[in-house]
Each structure stands twice: as structure tokens, then as C-alpha cells.
Design a binder for this molecule. Structure first.
Ligand code: MOS
Length: 742
């Protein structure tokens, strides 16, 4: 077992030699054709043809209270019913990411739509019918359903993904003394990941051994959550998740289906399949919190930030320490000596909140980048220029050096390609009939992390490679990227590299989350390959450095030998592990980018059409141009949605999440999206990983929504601080003289 601890900067590696020329290339996702042809089995599709039971979840019809009695008699006597699962083991929602266990209901209702029981029957239809026959008697209680009402009771949390408070110097004093000041409050709505594949599980018992196929992002923690939830030792559980139809943070913790299916299978004496309905996904997994964010900026007259504060409030249900880390980028993005970034967690009795794609940046940068635009205008500065003036030399919070930071280069490249110089300096000045045209921009940043991860790579006797790891591919391209890394390292064409993922029987992995997957799992493959190369070199009696691997041959000096010959009929395996080390403390690591957007706003209806959107990103070595670009397209589209349409609405009287399906929860469709543009700036980050790469997945979502709303302001003069910026708010915010001129 070879372990690489990231304690010092990485120099030139085998990946820079490119004997195969596949690293970074836009290779098609190998599982793409499988997914679109229905041949990649998703969780629910396992055990085809076996005698299984089908589950259907009974959910709570109140927002808060005690469960007095659950009457299952009628359901149990309904045709085809095999069992009903109820009681304290039922999970109230998904598990929090990295948490050792999911939260059980313990006889209470914590939120509207919470699971209370599950019926198992011979068919899905029979289960659904019988679920309607289960009656629940409640002792109803008064619930708290409105963040604004609870804001004053917000407290710091010890269990977030970042500290609640980050402070330096004396903000209040510096703000008071600042020559120019800005103070605004922004609100962002709750959001839901709404992955195409719902949470679904197939569970099967063989004696006391449990096999679970479930749609999960982080198998290592997920298998523990399943074991704890079911009440068996973790050694008795095998969790598989080979193909996943999107995760977006919503599958970082197990869904309630994972435990219910296992309990149901035990009760029914046969394997059970359970897919949550779209409505239950919305109401009983996890969501992003709504936020309240106050931003204060103090500057000199020429626009140098001297005082900076970003204070945020977010909601969660009782027992959850997670808060939306909305101030995460504010800690390091801009200069400013005296600063404070705070997070307050407020309890509400609505579905628990957790990680949703780019937790923190996705909504924190809506506020931050909107504020920066407003401040630039107040100072009479171009928004790009204002940001450049506040580009810090070192991490403004603790003076750490940045590992690599090409933010200014992203501004410059983006401004040039986009034609930023043609931006109207005043709202309402460029018209196209009823349409007002505007340009907006915003920064992008996303903190980078490397996670411990292991992989085994086997060089088979016939000269192929097989990569095995409990890593997942949630649609991001992991299969293909690991294939590229192993192929390049071992000098093998891609069709001779097989990748096996998504099974806890394989070496433990970082899983997919936080944009760390490709770098972490990829680095473990790199480390395993290094060990294999060392062994090959030893057999040939040469230095590993003097060994070139290309097209299935080892080349040393004037010898060129096929792998099969060196291996002499026996396969060779190595397991590699990557671990974060000193470089994660010695250098501040983040990916950076800049977004440029052109919108047209209808002066009569307030409708916004995004006409152009360009993202320039720098995220270390890009491992696959195509999958990285696709991730950025996804981020851009999420950003457009968060700016214009996305909003999970709570009924403040009952706690019901009202728009709990994709008909009422509005995400952009193809017709809402223009041709998107993404440009990568070439970069290596020697402190980030052996691959010299950083996270890209969530970067493009960070800030993009503000580029859209800043463009709306530039088009029509409507500044809305309550997201999403729907047409009613745009109309109300548009100055009369601009609206009337249309
Ligand atoms: Mo992502 S929200 O870390 O899956």
C-alpha cells in the first residue's frame, strides 16, 4: 500500500510527459451511452426478475407535533400487502453529510411531509393504495415556519462546514471611519437539488448480511449511516451505487429510503424496492436554507476596501448543526483589513437544510457580488476595476499565501472576449424595441479541498488495467477521468483501462462531494500507478524515472518490452492512498473565475432573457476538458435559475413545502438558456494535489446569478435584493422614466 501525504508542493510528474496524450482531453464519458440507452442500472433497477416487495412511504400531514397512534390494520388487510414498517427507527429525512447517523422520528413530527411509515406490497400500486389506508393520529403543536421570525434567536453553530465567525481587526470602528459606506440586506430563498434520479433503494438480506443498492454520493459514510439506521454492524452491510442520476449534495447523506427498504425487506422476508416519489424527495430528503444576508462595505474614496462585514442567517430543523455557509467566499475573495463574517443558525420546523450544490457560494455570492456591483456604482467605478483594486496579495484573513490564484487573469480574459468595454454605463440606454439590454459581471470562487481516498489498480497479465475504488460517479465523469489518469500513467490506450466504482467492497474513497472527487480519487489512482511503475522498473533493473510507458510497452534505454512479457503471466496490483497534508494548512486553496452576462429585459412585462453568458475559470490542471466544461454549463444554468426562477416556497401557516414537484419548482429549461461559453485558463496548482488540479464542479455556479442580476440592473435600473428576481419584482423596481420610455 502506497500512501502519498500532500505535505509539499508537487513538481513535474509523469502526467506532464503525456506519452498517451489523454490527460485533459475532451474524452466522452464512457457511461454516457449506457445511461441514455437505459443499460446503466440505477439503484432501483437492481434485482430485475427477482421476487421483490415494493415500498410506499406514508408521510406526515402536519408540520409539528407528536405521533399518538399509527393504525396499520386496514393497510395490512389490503390485497397484496406484505408488511408495514413503522416506529422510531423510521428516518425523518436524509442524513447530514459526514454525520455518523441519520435522525430518527422518535414518535414526533419534525416537519410537514416527514416519513411516518412504509407499506410493502406485491406491487407498487398495491403498496400505494395501502399507504392511503394507514391513519395517523397526531397531537399537533405550534410550529416555526418563517426564518425572518426566528432571526433574532439565531446562534453560532459548532457543527457547520466552516466556523460560524471569522473576524479580524475591528470592523465596526473601521466602518465608522470609512470615507464611503454601503449597507444592504439581501434575502435568498430555499432551494432543492431535485436530481433527475430520485432517492431509491433496493435492499436484500442473506441471513444477517445486508446488501443495499442506493443512490448515494459518499459510500464510506453512507454505509455507516445505513448500518446505524438498521441497527446492524457495519461489517454486515455492503452498499453499492455504480450509476447515479445526479446528486448535488442531496445524496451526500443517505435518504430515508435506504433504512426503510432494509427494514421492509426484513419484515417482508424478501428483497424490497423503494423509490421516493418526486413529492417525497422534495419534502423528506434535504433542502438548501433560505438566507438573510447583511453586507456592509467601507472604502476609501478611490475604492479600496477598509472595512468588510458579511453577516448571515440560515435555518435548520432541531438537532442539525449545519448552516448554509453563505460567507465562505467573503473570507478570502477581497481585501479589507478590518472584517467580520458571521453565520447564525435559526431553528425552524421545516425539512432539514443541508448541502445543495456549492453550499455557501451559491447563495452567498448572489449577495456578495450584487453588493460589489452596487458599491462600484456608488464609487463611480467599473465593477471589474473595483474588484481589481481589492485583489488581495495574500489571504486577507490570516496572511497565508494563495496556492494559485488567477482571478485577475479571469477578469481580463473574460472582459476582452465578452466585449465588456461596450457595456452601457447607465441603465436604460440600450434598447431593442421593448427590450432593454444590459451587461453584468461577477467573480467566481470556490474553496478547494482534498480528501483521503484509496484505489487499487491492477495490471492484468494480458496488459490491461483495472481501477477499483468505492468512489462514485454522480454524472460528473469520474469513470472517464480515472480511466484517463490510469491510461496516461501506465501508458495504456483508454480502451485497455477498465474502471469499477460504487461498491463498499472496494478500497474506501472520498466519494463525490464538495468538488473534491476527481482530484481526490484521481490522486489515489495516480499513487497506485506510481507503485506499479516502481515495480515494473525494478523488474527491468532501471530507475522509475528512466522508464517510459507507452502503448502498453515499457521503454527503458534501447529496450521496448510489452507489459505482458514483463508480467510473465501474472497480474500485478497496487493500492494507492492520497491524504491531505501540510499544504492544506500552509496555502489557501481555491478555484477562481469570472462571469460576464448580457441580458435583455422587457420594459413592459419585466421578463428577463439571458442573451449571452461567458465564464472564464482557472482551477488547476483540467483533467477532462469536456466533463469540466459540462460541469460549468451545469453551474451556469443553476446560476440563471437562482437569479430568475428557483424558489422553494414554505406555507408559513402550516410548514408545507408548497411547490414540491418539477411542475411548480421552476428550474430553467432549454429555451431559457442561450449558447453558453466557458473558457479555462491554463494553470497548475502544485499545492493542491499530485495532479496539480483543483475543484471545478461547483465553481461555475458561484457568483453567476449575480452576474445575471447585475446585468438586469444595468439594463433597466431595477435593483432587487430579494432573490429570485422574478418579473413582478423587476417591474416594481424599474424606474418610471425607463419603463415609460418603452
Ligand atoms: Mo456537493 S453540494 O458537495 O454534492
Amino acid at each position: 500500500m502506497n500512501t502519498h501525504v500532500m505535505d509539499k508542493a508537487i513538481g513535474e510528474t509523469r502526467l506532464d510527459r503525456e506519452t498517451q496524450g489523454v490527460i485533459g482531453k475532451p474524452v466522452d464519458r464512457f457511461e454516457g451511452p449506457l445511461k441514455v440507452s437505459g443499460t446503466a442500472p440505477y439503484a432501483y433497477e437492481h434485482l430485475k426478475g427477482e421476487a421483490v416487495g415494493y415500498g410506499f412511504v406514508v408521510t406526515a400531514g402536519i408540520g409539528k407535533g407528536k405521533i399518538v397512534a399509527v393504525d396499520t390494520l386496514a393497510a395490512l388487510s389490503a390485497p397484496g400487502v406484505l408488511a408495514v414498517v413503522e416506529g422510531d427507527r423510521v428516518l425523518r429525512a436524509s442524513a447530514q453529510p459526514m454525520s455518523p447517523a441519520a435522525q430518527t422520528i422518535d414518535g414526533e413530527v419534525f416537519h410537514y411531509g416527514q416519513p411516518v411509515a412504509m407499506v410493502v406490497a406485491e406491487s407498487f400500486e398495491a403498496a400505494r393504495h395501502a399507504a392511503k389506508l394507514v391513519t395517523v393520529e397526531y397531537d399537533k403543536a405550534e410550529g416555526r415556519y418563517d426564518l425572518a421570525q426566528e432571526q433574532d434567536k439565531g446562534v453560532p453553530s459548532q457543527r457547520g462546514v466552516m466556523p460560524s465567525d471569522t473576524k479580524r481587526g475591528d470592523f465596526e470602528r473601521a466602518y465608522e471611519k470609512a470615507e464611503v459606506t454601503f449597507d444592504q440586506t439581501y434575502t435568498t430563498p430555499s432551494q432543492h437539488s431535485a436530481a433527475m434520479e430520485p432517492q431509491a433503494t433496493v435492499a436484500k438480506w442473506d441471513g444477517d448480511q445486508l446488501t443495499v443498492w442506493s443512490s448515494c454520493q459518499l459510500l464510506e459514510t453512507n454505509v455507516k449511516q445505513v448500518a446505524k439506521g438498521v441497527g446492524v454492524p457495519v461489517e454486515n452491510v455492503r452498499l453499492l451505487s455504480p450509476y447515479i442520476g445526479g446528486g448535488f449534495g442531496n445524496k451526500l447523506g443517505i435518504g430515508p429510503d435506504a433504512v426503510l427498504a432494509a427494514l421492509g425487506a426484513k419484515a417482508a422476508g424478501r428483497p424490497v424496492k423503494l423509490a421516493l416519489t418526486r413529492q417525497t424527495v422534495f419534502q423528506a430528503t434535504s433542502r438548501r436554507s433560505e438566507t438573510i444576508q447583511r453586507i456592509r462595505i467601507g472604502t476609501t474614496k478611490d475604492g479600496h476596501i477598509t472595512a468588510f462585514a458579511h453577516e448571515t442567517w440560515a435555518a435548520n430543523s432541531p438537532g442539525n448543526g449545519f448552516f448554509e455557509p453563505a460567507g465562505v467566499s467573503s473570507v478570502f475573495l477581497y481585501a479589507g483589513k478590518d472584517r467580520k463574517i458571521t453565520h447564525r443558525l435559526c431553528e425552524t420546523d421545516v425539512l432539514m437544510t443541508s448541502a445543495v450544490r456549492a453550499p455557501g457560494e451559491a447563495v452567498g455570492m448572489l449577495a456578495l457580488e450584487n453588493a460589489m456591483d452596487e458599491m462600484a456604482e456608488q464609487l463611480g467605478l467599473d465593477p471589474v476595476e473595483f474588484r481589481k483594486r481589492n485583489e488581495p496579495e495574500v489571504m486577507p484573513q490570516d496572511d497565508l499565501p494563495f496556492s494559485s490564484r488567477k482571478l485577475v487573469e479571469c477578469y481580463d480574459a473574460g472582459a476582452k472576449q465578452f466585449g465588456w468595454a461596450r457595456r452601457p454605463t447607465k441603465p436604460g440606454t440600450i434598447r431593442d424595441g421593448e427590450w432593454l439590454i444590459g451587461y453584468g459581471m461577477a467573480s467566481a470562487s470556490r474553496a478547494n479541498s482534498l480528501m483521503k481516498s484509496s484505489a487499487e489498480v491492477e495490471l492484468t497479465a494480458d496488459g490491461r488495467a483495472i481501477v477499483r475504488t468505492a468512489m462514485t460517479d454522480i454524472g460528473t465523469g469520474t469513470y472517464t477521468i480515472l480511466q484517463q489518469i490510469a491510461g496516461e500513467m501506465l501508458g495504456l490506450p483508454l480502451d485497455r483501462v477498465e474502471v469499477v466504482l460504487g461498491d463498499t467492497a472496494l478500497p474506501p474513497s472520498s466519494g463525490s462531494g464538495g468538488s473534491w472527487g476527481a482530484n481526490s480519487a484521481g490522486s489515489s489512482v495516480y499513487v497506485a500507478c506510481e507503485e506499479l511503475i516502481g515495480t515494473l522498473a525494478k523488474r527491468l533493473g532501471v530507475d522509475a524515472d528512466g522508464l517510459t510507458l507507452k502503448d502498453g510497452h515499457a521503454i527503458a534505454g534501447n529496450r521496448q518490452i510489452p507489459f505482458a512479457e514483463i508480467l510473465a503471466g501474472e497480474s500485478l496490483s497496487a493500492t494507492g492512498t492520497i491524504e491531505p497534508g501540510k499544504t492544506s494548512k500552509s496555502h489557501h486553496q481555491a478555484s477562481y473565475g469570472a462571469h460576464f452576462c448580457e441580458v435583455a429585459v422587457n420594459a413592459v412585462t419585466g421578463e428577463t432573457r439571458v442573451r449571452r453568458l461567458l465564464t472564464v475559470a482557472a482551477a488547476g490542471r483540467i483533467l477532462n476538458e469536456k466533463t469540466a466544461r459540462s460541469q460549468c454549463f451545469g453551474g451556469q444554468i443553476w446560476g440563471i435559475g437562482s437569479a430568475l426562477t428557483e424558489e422553494l416556497v414554505t406555507d408559513k401557516r402550516t410548514g408545507l413545502l408548497v411547490n414540491h414537484d418539477l411542475a411548480e419548482y421552476h428550474v430553467p429549461v432549454n429555451a431559457d438558456i442561450p449558447q453558453l461559453e466557458v473558457v479555462f485558463l491554463h494553470e497548475r496548482d502544485p499545492h493542491a494535489s499530485p495532479l496539480a488540479g483543483k475543484g471545478i464542479g461547483e465553481l461555475a455556479l458561484a457568483g453567476v446569478g449575480a452576474a445575471v442580476t447585475n446585468a438586469i440592473y444595468n439594463a433597466c435600473g431595477a435593483r432587487v435584493r430579494d432573490y429570485p428576481m422574478t418579473l413582478d419584482k423587476v417591474i416594481a423596481g424599474m424606474p418610471d422614466e425607463i419603463a415609460d420610455a418603452a
